[in-house]
Design a binder for this molecule. Structure first.
Ligand code: URA
Length: 238
């Protein structure tokens, strides 16, 4: 692949900007400066630097972000900044035509924290979000009142929430502290956790997603930080 096309595919700007970056001597490929935009490289596994910033070629982007509170999962946010502003600029600029840009894999509310996946692979996004695939999402809840065993039973049996044609149920639910609960869902209706807890009369005061499938939010990924998913992370997602 020509280096100018590779830079474009990775989100380094328009085709003209990418050619210009190379011509201006701002691109280093495996330790060598490259100044011909038509210089060809083997894309797979390629390490390069643009204006000194290291990058690894990735045909498709698969990322995890530790979402902080106060960010919206939207490209056109309203009152709060977008989670996409937390990503490296090339990740925000990837995608053209049939390949969409990087998108959140399902949404977390502005005030929800924790594990958020992002990708530009439409099939992956569909597999992770479709209720048919039953990918479990685990949430840690801080509640207004101490949870009761009756509330747990109701959440497991199914509760009626507005605009849902059938009762929605937790795949798993347990009391984890004085005002804390862990709840697992295999679907993702709008504000589902908060609406389910409101339906049993114990509103959520804090919500954090700790796990998707077998993939846990790593303890060393600080709020606001992102990283590429590795092969074992993708395997953990099933
Ligand atoms: N359920 C909610 O109510 N909010 C979230 O952000 C995620 C699940």
């Amino acid at each position: 692949m020509q280096i100018q096309h590779l830079l474009f595919s990775q989100g380094f700007g328009t085709r003209r900007i990418c050619a210009g970056l190379v011509e201006q001597g701002l691109v280093e490929v495996e330790g060598q400066w490259v100044t011909d935009p038509a210089h060809t490289v083997v894309a797979q596994g390629l390490r390069f630097r643009v204006q000194g910033v290291p990058w690894l070629y990735q045909e498709r982007a698969y990322l995890m972000l530790n979402k902080p509170a106060g960010y919206e999962c939207s490209h056109r946010p309203g009152a709060w900044p977008s989670v996409y502003t937390l990503l490296a600029p090339p990740l925000r600029q990837r995608g053209e035509g049939a390949v969409p840009g990087v998108q959140a894999v399902g949404r977390l509310d502005q005030d929800t924290t924790g594990l958020l996946l992002l990708s530009d692979d439409g099939r992956f996004i569909h597999r992770m979000t479709s209720p048919r695939h039953h990918v479990p999402k685990v949430y840690e809840l801080e509640l207004r009142d101490p949870p009761t065993p009756q509330q747990v039973s109701r959440l497991l049996a199914g509760v009626a929430i507005e605009r849902a044609s059938e009762p929605v149920r937790a795949a798993a639910c347990s009391i984890t502290g004085e005002r804390a609960m862990q709840l697992t869902l295999t679907e993702g209706k709008y504000h589902q956790v908060k609406r389910m807890l409101a339906a049993v009369g114990n509103p959520v005061e804090r919500l954090h997603r700790s796990r998707i499938g077998a993939l846990e939010l790593p303890g060393d990924l600080a709020p606001g930080q992102w990283r590429w998913l590795q092969a074992d992370d993708l395997q953990a997602l099933g």
